[in-house]
Design a binder for this molecule. Structure first.
Ligand code: SF4
Ligand SMILES: [Zn+2]
Ligand SMILES: [Zn+2]
Length: 314
């Protein structure tokens, strides 16, 4: 008898559409969507990220990861509100906002939108990068963190969830290990408990879910997301790390999963023990800070000073 070599779904034996080499398994469309949701929910429960009583603020960029996360959380009955930051990066930001707003509208979900072009007299990423000569991504990370923290505090959320996936986590870990960035390694974990009364818990429920899986979930769930990447890219170095890890994954499926999971189990607690929380509060905005002004307000002050100087000389 001839054996069919059509791959079968592990759950229902229908023709498989998604092959997960890292898990040594395959699923049909419907079973994969179920598997994905359960995987995310299990991660939330196992890591005690939050419960159904929490008010979760989901940072939504309009890309596949954050929208897939929001969709999965809603499907599992969690109380969520989206937070979208318009970064002011040309067409990319316009499209990102449109996709996020459309998703919220279609699913009847609450969404908060903040526009950096109208905050502090314009702290959009291109403006900040131009005035301060900083790399856009460096300014962006700092601004995003501050906006998420202040929005959570202001609106009474108990948790901030972001859509970082396994590929992001593995690339970040590789970079941190290659340069022994102890401060960054101390903070690289899927649940960051608040280190100050004005902070809330920060979680990454997709930290063990690959980019391929979030793309498949978004596609099968009919999520319309921004396909274009931010023109500033995730940084050339980050891409090299991702490519290197993909080569390893190709040869040895499960490498990324093991790398990130084993780090969390075996090494992260050692780095976390040396973490020093912010001791004071920013004299400008009142948020937790290591110095007299937080890094966000320091950046805003620098932009303001350079803007005024530019006006004076024009
Ligand atoms: S690539 Fe850089 S500038 Fe673009 S959204 Fe990401 S961090 Fe921000
Ligand atoms: Zn199936
Ligand atoms: Zn501040």
């Amino acid at each position: 008898m001839r054996r069919s070599n059509v791959m079968k779904c592990r759950r229902c034996s229908a023709k498989a559409e998604v092959k997960l080499r890292a898990h040594n398994t395959a699923f049909c469309r419907a079973c994969f969507v179920l598997f994905f949701g359960r995987q995310v929910d299990r991660c939330i429960l196992k890591n005690r990220m939050f419960s159904h009583g929490d008010r979760v603020l989901v940072a939504v960029s309009g890309g596949k990861d954050s929208l897939a996360l929001w969709h999965a959380l809603v499907s599992h009955g969690y109380q969520t509100t989206g937070l979208h930051l318009n970064l002011g990066i040309g067409d990319y930001s316009t499209q990102s906002r449109e996709k996020t707003e459309a998703f919220a509208r279609v699913h009847g979900l609450p969404l908060i939108v903040l526009d950096l072009r109208t905050l502090n007299e314009d702290i959009s990423i291109p403006t900040v990068a131009a005035f301060t000569n900083r790399r856009p991504c460096a300014a962006c990370g700092r601004i995003k963190r501050h906006c998420f923290d202040t929005a959570a505090l202001e609106h009474g959320f108990t948790v901030i969830a972001t859509g970082h996936n396994l590929d992001d986590e593995a690339a970040r870990l590789l970079g941190n290990v290659l340069h022994w960035q102890r401060e960054h390694l101390a903070k690289q974990r899927p649940v960051l408990d608040p280190t100050h009364p004005k902070f809330v818990t920060k979680v990454r429920p997709l930290y063990l879910v690959s980019e391929y899986e979030t793309a498949a979930y978004a596609f099968f769930s009919g999520i319309d997301y921004v396909v274009d990447e931010c023109p500033h890219g995730a940084g050339a170095t980050q891409l090299v790390y991702k490519k290197t890890l993909n080569r390893l994954e190709e040869e040895m499926p499960g490498t990324k999963h093991g790398f990130v999971k084993d780090f969390q189990r075996a090494a992260q607690p050692v780095f976390a023990a040396a973490e020093s929380p912010p001791a004071g509060e920013c004299s400008v905005c009142g948020m937790p800070s290591y110095g007299s002004a937080c890094s966000f307000c320091t950046l805003v002050a620098e932009v303001r000073a350079k803007r005024e100087r530019a006006r004076a000389t024009s």
